[in-house]
Design a protein around this ligand. Structure first.
Ligand code: HEC
Length: 174
């Protein structure tokens, strides 16, 4: 008779194999309109630290092809793009510059476990400052389309998506 432990191991392996077949789309749709960056430097800093989740040019890492890690990675990218997508500046953005400033200053963005896997995404304090200054100018010169019925500055992201941040933070692997 099989020991329960080995039976559990078999079940786990079967689940992992089955999970590989769950269809999850890693998309990189074409940009509808890129934000007009105030400078190439701002773009380069954002590319290093933010593009993988806030643009349509995500560099999908190998582990984004392996379930169940892929579920978290793909979810991060989709959620990130839903709030702020530098490649779709012709569609309403949920996040305002104030949200950007707050999350980056608080150290919430880029997400810490992403930085673990992407050391280049870690910005030095002066780089973070230059990114924020550049993004402030970028948002001022090329303001995002406000969401329907509101101006962007009146739209607090937290109000619309109250629980996602904590749930994502607690299970995040990407
Ligand atoms: C690994 C993917 C990832 C990276 C890299 C990343 N973000 Fe995010 N970002 C997310 C996800 C997921 C959310 C939505 C959940 C949340 O708010 O934690 C989000 C939300 C946001 C929001 C919405 C604010 C809010 O209060 O909810 C802003 C603004 C933001 N990110 C800015 C940035 C900036 C700027 C960078 C680069 C410095 C960056 N992010 C890098 C995944 C990422």
């Amino acid at each position: 008779m099989k020991r329960p432990a080995s039976r559990a191991a078999v079940v786990l392996v079967v689940l992992l194999v089955v999970a590989q077949f769950v269809p999850m789309a890693r998309t990189n749709p074409p940009s509808t309109r890129d934000v007009r960056w105030d400078s190439p430097e701002t773009r380069a800093l954002a590319e290093r630290a933010c593009f993988d989740c806030h643009s349509n040019s995500t560099a999908w890492p190998w582990y984004s092809h392996v379930a169940p890690v892929s579920f978290f990675v793909i979810n991060h990218v989709n959620e990130g793009r839903r709030r702020l997508n530098f490649s779709a500046w012709d569609t309403p953005q949920r996040a305002t510059f104030q949200d950007v400033e707050k999350t980056v200053t608080d150290g919430d963005m880029p997400i810490w476990n992403y930085v673990l896997m992407h050391p280049l995404a870690k910005l030095a304090p002066d780089e973070t400052q230059r990114l924020l200054n550049g993004l402030r100018t970028t948002f001022t010169q090329d303001p995002p389309v406000p969401r329907k019925g509101r101006t962007t500055s009146q739209f607090p992201v937290e109000e619309a998506v109250p629980s996602v941040r904590t749930s994502v933070a607690s299970v995040a692997l990407f």
